[in-house]
Design a protein around this ligand. Structure first.
Ligand code: UD2
Length: 377
């Protein structure tokens, strides 16, 4: 029960009266009552503090909805670099006037929860760069090159140097079981590469899925101190055009190029209720590609922790989701909506012919001979 402050006023007023008596020298009166009065006043303040604290903490818990997946993972976000970023545009910068009437009409550029979907023609690269570059951001970029996939690294890194976050501080984290085979690539100023040794495996499914766990632990051990944003990318890919600060956001996902024109019933989500990656047939927004996740370091940390835990629960029940971590990622993003969505321009596949709505292919998976590069087929 919560009592208004006024309920206690008579008592408070009474207690000040006792004090007044004691100050004015009514010795007998104050000697008898002062300890009790003090105890009473302290007691009232403690009670008030308790009542108000429990009231407000209850309010706070009610106001911030916590997703069940996140709650059950009992996470605390890691301490990350502090950030105070405002969208400051330099004075006298000349760029095309934005219109509220004219723009892309052939594609949808906003999700139903009002996150932007980034397509060529929806942003001004000059303006975006002028806003983000003065922030002096560092972008972590993780890439796994385990087993024979190390052969994809050179093209990945060389094309990234040409097109990926050009003009920003970039820290590549290359995870491999073959550090001696990591090619030496010339990095431009502000860009840095670390090689982190990870175990190999004789199952590609395990290599692909274990990425979540390794990214999570590396964020904990070093990335949280070294970067502001993080992108986690597939290595068997090349950059072909600008991938810049327009892609930055709290939680960033990419629409898979194979399914953007499909109905949700055709998405290859995990459909078995026994898996923690399960998505019912009548749910789903988009099918997101597992080849890219990104965002604030702490948001990607939460995502990787949840997916890793769900993966472990499945393993304990002897079930592996249809598309390993991609299935867990899709389940996570269905209930934890991304704040920015990248169009398939940011994740194409070389074997796919360009479609008319994709004006620019920025990043694309190379054609590979699975039997040749994977440890198992
Ligand atoms: C899809 C996804 C991929 C992942 C996988 C599900 C896209 C375009 N690709 O690609 O992200 O979700 O399905 O398992 O969305 N790797 C190694 N060594 C190996 C095997 C894999 O380093 O022996 C790493 C490497 O970084 C590779 C990534 O894991 O890029 C994904 O493996 P993949 O490219 O073989 O998976 P794929 O093409 O089926």
């Amino acid at each position: 029960m919560i009592y208004p402050l006024s309920y206690f006023w008579p008592v408070l007023i009474g207690s000040t009266k006792y004090f007044r008596y004691s100050i004015s020298g009514t010795m007998r009166f104050s000697t008898n009552f002062k300890p009790y009065v003090l105890l009473l006043v302290v007691g009232i303040f403690l009670l008030l503090g308790y009542v108000y604290f429990s009231f407000f903490s209850e309010r706070l818990n009610r106001d911030i909805p916590v997703d069940e997946d996140v709650k059950s993972s009992s996470l605390s976000k890691p301490m990350v670099r502090s950030r105070v970023w405002n969208m400051v545009s330099p004075e006298k910068l000349l760029y095309k006037q934005p219109s509220v009437l004219v723009g892309r009409t052939d594609v949808v550029t906003v999700t139903p929860w009002l996150a932007s979907i980034i397509w060529e023609g929806t942003f001004d690269p000059v303006l975006v760069d002028n806003i983000y570059k003065p922030m002096n951001l560092t972008i972590a970029t993780t890439v796994f090159a385990v087993g024979k996939y190390v052969s994809f690294l050179r093209d990945f890194l060389e094309t990234a140097e040409m097109h990926f976050m050009v003009g920003f501080n970039v820290r590549y984290y290359v995870f491999t079981d073959r550090p001696q085979d990591v090619p030496s690539v010339n990095l431009t100023q502000g860009r840095h590469l670390s090689v982190i040794q990870v175990p190999g495996s004789n199952r590609w499914q395990e290599i692909s899925a274990r990425r979540m766990e390794i990214i999570q632990t590396t964020i904990e051990s070093q990335i949280r101190r070294e970067a502001d944003y993080i992108f986690c990318l597939d290595v068997d890919s090349k950059f072909h055009a600008r991938w810049g600060a327009e892609s930055l956001g709290r939680l960033v996902a990419v629409i898979h190029p194979g399914y953007y024109a499909q109905t949700r019933a055709k998405f290859p989500y995990e459909r078995r209720p026994a898996s923690t990656a399960y998505i019912p047939m009548d749910e789903g927004d988009y099918y997101y590609g597992g080849a890219m996740i990104g965002g604030f370091v702490e948001d990607v940390y939460t995502l990787t922790t949840v997916c890793r835990n769900q993966f472990a629960v499945d393993a304990g029940n002897s079930i592996e989701a249809a598309w390993q971590e991609e299935s867990h990622l899709n389940r996570y993003l269905l209930y934890n909506k991304p704040s920015k969505v990248l169009s398939p321009e940011y994740l194409w596949q070389d074997f796919k012919a360009k479609t008319k709505e994709v004006k620019v292919i920025r990043f694309s998976g190379v054609i590979k001979n699975y039997a040749e590069v994977r440890p198992n087929v």
